[in-house]
Ligand binder design. Structure first.
Ligand SMILES: CC(C)(COP(=O)(O)OP(=O)(O)OC[C@H]1O[C@@H](n2cnc3c(N)ncnc32)[C@H](O)[C@@H]1OP(=O)(O)O)[C@@H](O)C(=O)NCCC(=O)NCCS
Length: 143
């Protein structure tokens, strides 16, 4: 399994991963392209021969935000997301971030477990973050 920085040429690949990972509140093609080209963002692809997951981070000053992470269903539970999280945190640190934050649905047990195991701590609940009655945890980790 290898992880690499993604560029605009990976747009279709990342859209396919996004479609396989998120039913609703998925980023549009325009937004993903923006994240692939704007310097404040960095996107990574993890490949097991073929691309199987991606993650994006936004860094501004000492604050990083994980804006997306997904691994296609048939390749989950093999450590791909952990590889992506390492790349994201390494990148954020190298750009001078002191902390990294994220939002995760309170119903998303796999993702919550992963973030807790990686040292993220819940700092609050965002009521209705994913729509009415769909709350999220706001989690933070010092880098
Ligand atoms: C969350 C997600 C990215 C994890 O990807 P993955 O490649 O399967 O994760 P990994 O194999 O690297 O596992 C990392 C950790 O996540 C946790 N985890 C992963 N799948 C889990 C599951 N089904 N149940 C419970 N914990 C799980 C474990 O803590 C695991 O660490 P461990 O194996 O040392 O116990 C993946 O399930 C996914 O893409 N889900 C859909 C998109 C999504 O919800 N993204 C996050 C939005 S905030």
């Amino acid at each position: 399994m290898i992880v690499r920085r993604a560029g605009a040429e990976d747009l279709s690949t990342i859209m396919a991963i996004e479609r396989g990972c998120f039913n609703e509140q998925r980023y549009s093609r325009e937004t993903v392209l923006f994240m692939l080209t704007d310097e404040a963002f960095a996107t990574f692809l993890v490949e097991d021969r073929l691309p199987i997951g991606s993650a994006s981070v936004h860094v501004e000053g000492e604050d990083a935000l994980l804006v997306s992470i997904g691994v296609v269903a048939e390749h989950r539970c093999k450590g791909a997301a952990k590889v992506l999280m390492e790349a994201v945190e390494r990148e954020a640190r190298s750009r001078g971030a002191a902390r990294i934050a994220l939002q995760v649905s309170i119903l998303n047990v796999p993702a919550m477990n992963m973030y807790l195991h990686l040292g993220y701590r819940t700092e609050g609940i965002l009521k209705g973050y994913y729509g009415q009655g769909k709350d999220a945890y706001y989690m933070v980790k010092a880098l």
